[in-house]
Design a protein around this ligand. Structure first.
Ligand code: ZN
Length: 435
């Protein structure tokens, strides 16, 4: 810790490392000259810091470009294989654990279905830990190179342990987001989790750094960083799956509320006294348009096929002109459009991104109706400022988003490898300087 307002040389160097790593990560490859003009750092600083990052193996040279009349300029990029990230999606029917390199290439994934214990917290923790061991073993990955395990869960995550410090705004997309670490407590009303100490349960089985957050929030972070939200500072990313959630981005940072539960859009009311929702209340959006609700309301899905097959059958039936299926999907588009109009009126976003597996499956059919309903229900001026688009990251966005939790921490720290719970340095850099 430093005194308020006083920065040490170490803080400044860490800040410069973070700035350059971040620019190379999001916009690379770049030459040293381009880094200088983007960041405003002096030529000397760029040269020193890139020298350090090269020595630590965090960045690498990757060819060169001609410059006007001068020597060719060497391009630099983040070294994808230098470290690894793990993203976990605790889904409706399964737990997916994916191992990524720094460039977010998926190296291995483990999909483990929930058994008849369903979302029993001990069962879920066990599936996460066995999936983690499985992907590390299959790829021969040294756990010392893993920057952390990000876990996206259904429910509200209370961040009891805020990790190692808040960094600067990212300039585009979502601001830094610290994981709940081993202190994360999850309130997942729709899956029967009441103050589940998931962080502590996982800590019992791994000493890797842990980051736990709501699945809609991790999806939102992924779309903001790498997908359809890029380039905006005011956006809402809606997760439309079995349930419905949202991640609200206000002025480049996630809007969290007092205890991180902001964005529970699926439980906003669309019908007073209406259908009973999984949360126990009546008339929630999720009770009308969540995949589970749609399949149940249609009632004509082939038995035993699960929600995804049921929703695909509903879509096919509507495509074939089945009047009940057409009416249900038209009504879903209107509900979603009206609920999006509420987001437009409340938050004045530039863009609303619809993601999640059901959003991607139904989106192409529903989008025109959603846009029309949003226009009909929203105030005209903010509606004119808002685009409504589909997510671009596909169904794996939740695991990618979960993996961005340790990634964000790593970039903020200027490429510092975290320490394990036992205090031992993890994956020391070539110089060991930052461990
Ligand atoms: Zn509800």
């Amino acid at each position: 810790m430093t005194a308020r307002g006083k920065k040490t040389v170490r803080d400044l160097r860490r800040g410069s490392r973070s700035t350059l790593l971040r620019r190379l990560y999001f916009d690379g490859p770049l030459s040293r000259q381009e880094l200088g003009s983007i960041t405003g750092l002096s030529g000397g600083s760029i040269s020193n810091v890139t020298g350090e990052l090269l020595a630590d193996g965090l960045i690498e040279e990757c060819g060169s470009v001609e410059s006007d009349g001068g020597r060719p300029r060497i391009l630099l990029r983040v070294a994808a294989g230098r470290a690894h990230l793990v993203g976990v999606d605790v889904g409706e029917t399964q737990v997916r654990v994916a191992l990524f390199d720094l460039a977010r290439t998926e190296l291995a994934a483990s999909d483990r279905p929930l058994d008849d214990r369903g979302h029993d917290a001990g069962h879920v923790a066990e599936l996460i830990l066995t999936g983690l061991a499985d992907v590390l073993e299959r790829t021969g990955t040294d756990p010392g190179t893993v920057l952390g395990v990000g876990v996206g869960v259904p429910g509200i995550v209370e961040q009891a342990d805020l990790g190692r410090g808040v960094g600067p705004d990212l300039g585009q997309g979502v601001g830094p987001d610290l994981g709940g670490g081993a202190g994360a407590v999850v309130h997942g009303q729709t899956v029967g989790w009441d103050a589940v100490p998931l962080g502590r349960m996982l800590r019992a089985g791994t000493d890797l750094p842990l980051f736990v957050d709501n699945g809609a929030k991790t999806l939102g972070q992924a779309e903001m960083w790498f997908g359809a939200g890029r380039g905006t500072r005011h956006a809402v990313v809606a997760l439309f799956g079995s349930g419905v959630g949202a991640c609200v981005i206000a002025d480049g940072a996630r809007f969290r509320g007092a205890t991180s539960s902001a964005g529970e859009w699926g439980h906003t009311k669309v019908h007073v006294g209406g259908r009973r929702c999984r949360c126990g209340a009546r008339g929630c959006l999720e009770a009308y348009v969540g995949a589970e609700a749609l399949v149940a309301r249609w009632g004509a899905a082939p038995p035993g096929g699960g929600e995804k097959a049921g929703l695909a059958a509903l879509l096919a039936a509507a495509g074939a002109g089945d009047p009940a299926a057409v009416a249900l999907l038209d009504e879903a588009a209107e509900y979603l459009g009206a609920a999006i109009a509420d987001l437009v009126n409340l938050f004045n976003p530039e863009r609303i991104v619809i993601g999640g597996w059901a959003g991607l499956l139904l989106g192409p059919r529903l989008l025109p109706g959603i846009r029309a309903a949003a226009t009909e229900y929203a105030l005209r001026f903010p509606r004119e400022q808002t685009e409504i688009v589909l997510g671009t990251l596909g169904p794996a966005a939740v695991t990618v988003g979960a993996a961005t939790l340790p990634l964000s921490d790593f970039l903020d720290s200027g490429g510092e490898f975290p320490r394990r719970a036992d205090g031992a340095a993890v994956g020391a850099g070539a110089t060991g300087r930052w461990t």
